[in-house]
Design a protein around this ligand. Structure first.
Ligand SMILES: [Zn+2]
Length: 339
């Protein structure tokens, strides 16, 4: 089969071949013919070697897959899965037996990891995954959205739920026109919040429903104060890392929640503990989401969520796709059109 594959870490070692071994399925697995995959920073980390524990080698990356069921194992009985079903892949390996899994927190499985990192991923014609990772999607869902559910949508959805976002609260989203940011804005609106987007791109307000937009990162605290009449934000999402730490933490109001699921510009920050306890601020780390939450997203997202696609690359242009992640002019999602 065709696949993007590398034998040792480094973007320069990633190549597309026609004779990769087609994965075999066991009794409880599902073989999926890939249609479209999301391209995310995690894929870049896998290929570049920034992520330890990549396995197996040679390795096929790709953490966010959508496609069509090609074959089901003899013992598969999840949701009557059958050949031809349109599906997305929950990208977490989990054992179903550890204490985290028993709590329903399968993305925190003590014996787990990421599909596409500790297993081969979806930058290939086919992927084989356990039946518990396969979720059917509606016929009318477009592939761009499908390939944006398992990582790009699930991550901010879980984060907003973990931050207990409530109706009429102020939600501040930094990096609002990024992949997860544009979804956080839409989900924040659906959850009843007043959404303040920090972005240079006006479409996040005009097309994606943000109530306010702040275009200047230097004026975020001042503008949030103005918009909220001095109360500041109830929930702040900042996955941009150290560069925006001061701005984001300074925008959290009394009893507010600060939440991150990434740290793009670096992870080491200085925390003023007095501000933290005197305002009773909660710092929340968030990673991925549960299978239940992915099912909730699938159930509600077909007509109610959208993604702005900046560029769609063919599989053979996978290197350019990964490089484009960090392009200054980037303005929306990057996808790989595999089929
Ligand atoms: Zn587990």
């Amino acid at each position: 089969m065709r696949a993007a594959i590398f034998e040792k870490p480094g973007l320069e070692n990633l190549k597309v071949i026609d004779n990769a071994v087609k994965p075999k399925i066991s009794e409880h697995d599902v073989l999926i013919r890939i249609k479209v995959t999301g391209v995310n920073p995690i894929d870049h980390f896998v290929v570049s070697g920034a992520l330890p524990k990549v396995n197996p080698f040679p390795h096929i990356p790709g953490a966010e897959s959508s496609g069509i069921v090609e074959e089901v194992g003899s013992h598969v009985n999840t949701n009557n899965l059958k050949k031809g079903d349109r599906v997305v892949v929950h990208n977490k390996v989990f054992d179903g037996t550890c204490d985290m899994c028993l709590h329903g927190l399968d993305m925190l499985c003590r014996n787990g990891g990421l599909i596409g990192a500790i297993t081969n991923g979806g930058f290939a014609e086919y992927i084989a995954v356990p039946e518990g990772n396969v979720f059917k999607i509606p016929d009318d869902m477009d592939w761009a959205l499908a390939a944006s559910l398992p990582v790009t949508s699930l991550t901010p959805y879980h984060a907003l739920k973990d931050a207990s976002l409530k109706i009429n609260e102020y939600l501040l989203v930094l990096g609002a026109s990024g992949s997860t940011g544009m979804i956080a804005v839409q989900l924040g609106k659906k959850m009843g919040a007043i959404v303040i987007a920090v972005s240079k791109h006006s479409w996040i307000k005009n097309d994606f429903g943000a109530d306010y937009i702040i275009t200047d990162y230097d004026k975020v605290i001042e503008k949030v104060k103005e918009i909220t009449n001095g109360k500041m934000a109830d929930v702040v999402i900042n996955s941009l890392g150290v560069n925006t730490w001061d701005t984001s933490f300074g925008s959290v109001g009394i009893n507010g929640r600060w939440v991150a699921f990434g740290g793009l510009t670096g992870a080491e920050v200085q925390l003023n503990v007095q501000s933290l306890y005197s305002k009773q601020i909660k710092l929340i780390g968030s990673t991925g989401g549960t299978r239940k939450e992915l099912q909730e997203l699938v159930n509600t997202s077909s007509k109610q969520l959208k993604v702005r696609v900046w560029k769609k690359f063919k599989l053979e242009d996978v290197k350019e796709a990964l490089q484009a992640l960090f392009a200054k002019e980037r303005d929306g999602r990057i996808l790989l059109d595999v089929a």
